[in-house]
Write a protein that binds this ligand. Structure first.
Ligand code: CP
Length: 340
């Protein structure tokens, strides 16, 4: 894959070598994300960060990643704050914005919308989530986290045993992660979801066709035994036809410390793309897991900055120059010493 000038729309664009290259650049970014040094390699560059759906970590971490490389960020949050609300097309919006920007990150509620936007853009576009379809940068940071967690246990990714739990129908992070893991050898997937929220059949068939083992469960406990990674997701209530439809699923699968201890191996890594639904009646991932060192959710969010910096550096062709623009940090920063 040639990163330079490319749109990043789907995990299907990536092969193992591409991922390894991205991850090597992400490793290089850690000193900047940790505020041990600063770099100004993208000084003068402008990111348009267009989020037409709610977001905390994807929007802010893309923006921080660009700032950490020295670039400036212009944001539009909410559809109603843009002229799309006046009937302007994605085509016109893309033509206009790409005249103002060096790169665009976009989240939109419709599947395929970011690709449609990218086709009209004159600058690279990164998909930050298009409806229930894909969330490639989330899958890349999840895979990076899985790799780091497994390496710390003396393992790699081939042969990985992973349980994906929750709303596998609408969860775009799951769709992208499952496809990305499919590049590796002999992955054992346990797809664990309430009846009605199972993973798309074509995704399952695709994984089986590549020789992976896929088993489906509609109960939590049997669906989380004997795995290396336990990847929990929120019910994507905003994607259901009606709120009443979504309400039926709230709180059905809840992982807490007692269920984890009883059903999982002592080293099983707990992941979640976040946000968790922390309402009392939902709680798919309980706060009593905070003391568990295998809880990797905030290592995931921190890794998101590294991966997004690496994407910008490769797409804008500055990966080899980042350290040439490095400078010392001149302010007090606790960030360097924080452990998560
Ligand atoms: N994981 C994720 O996409 O989170 P946000 O919706 O907060 O960006």
């Amino acid at each position: 894959m040639d990163f330079v000038g490319s749109h990043i729309l789907s995990v299907d664009q990536f092969g193992r070598e591409d991922v390894e290259r991205l991850f090597a650049v992400a490793d290089d970014m850690r000193i900047y994300a940790d505020r041990a040094r600063i770099t100004r390699v993208l000084q003068g560059a402008i990111l348009s960060n267009m989020f037409f759906e709610p977001s905390t970590r994807t929007r802010i971490s893309f923006g921080c990643a660009f700032n950490l490389l020295g670039g400036d960020v212009r944001e539009t949050t909410e559809l109603k704050a843009s002229s799309l609300a006046k009937g302007e097309s994605l085509y016109d919006t893309a033509r206009v914005l790409s005249g103002y920007s060096d790169i665009i990150v976009m989240r939109h509620p419709e599947a395929g919308s970011v690709a449609e936007f990218a086709a009209a853009s004159r600058v690279p576009v990164i998909n930050a989530g298009d409806g229930p379809n894909e969330h490639p940068s989330q899958a890349l940071l999840d895979l990076y986290t899985i790799l780091k967690e497994m390496e710390s246990r003396g393992r790699g990714i081939d042969g990985l045993r992973i349980a994906l739990v929750g709303d596998l129908k609408y969860g775009r992070a799951v769709h992208s992660l499952c496809k990305l893991l499919g590049m590796y050898d002999n992955i054992h997937y346990k797809l664990t979801s309430p009846i009605g929220l199972g993973a798309p059949a074509e995704m399952i068939e695709g994984l089986k066709a590549r020789g992976h083992e896929v088993r489906e469960y509609d109960q939590l406990e049997p669906g989380i035994h004997n795995v290396d990674i336990l990847y929990v997701t929120r019910t994507q209530e905003e994607r259901f036809p009606t709120q009443e439809d979504a309400d039926r699923y709230r709180g059905l699968f809840r992982l807490n410390n007692a269920i984890y201890t009883e059903n999982c191996e002592p080293n099983t890594v707990i992941m979640h793309p976040l946000p968790r639904d922390s309402r009392t009646e939902a709680r798919e991932l309980d706060d009593d897991l905070f003391q568990n060192p295998n809880l990797a959710i905030f290592r995931q969010t921190d890794n998101g900055v590294l991966i997004r910096m690496a994407l910008f550096a490769l797409v804008l062709d500055v990966a080899q120059n980042v350290h040439n623009h490095a400078q010392p940090v001149t302010w007090y920063t606790a960030r360097r010493f924080t452990k998560v």
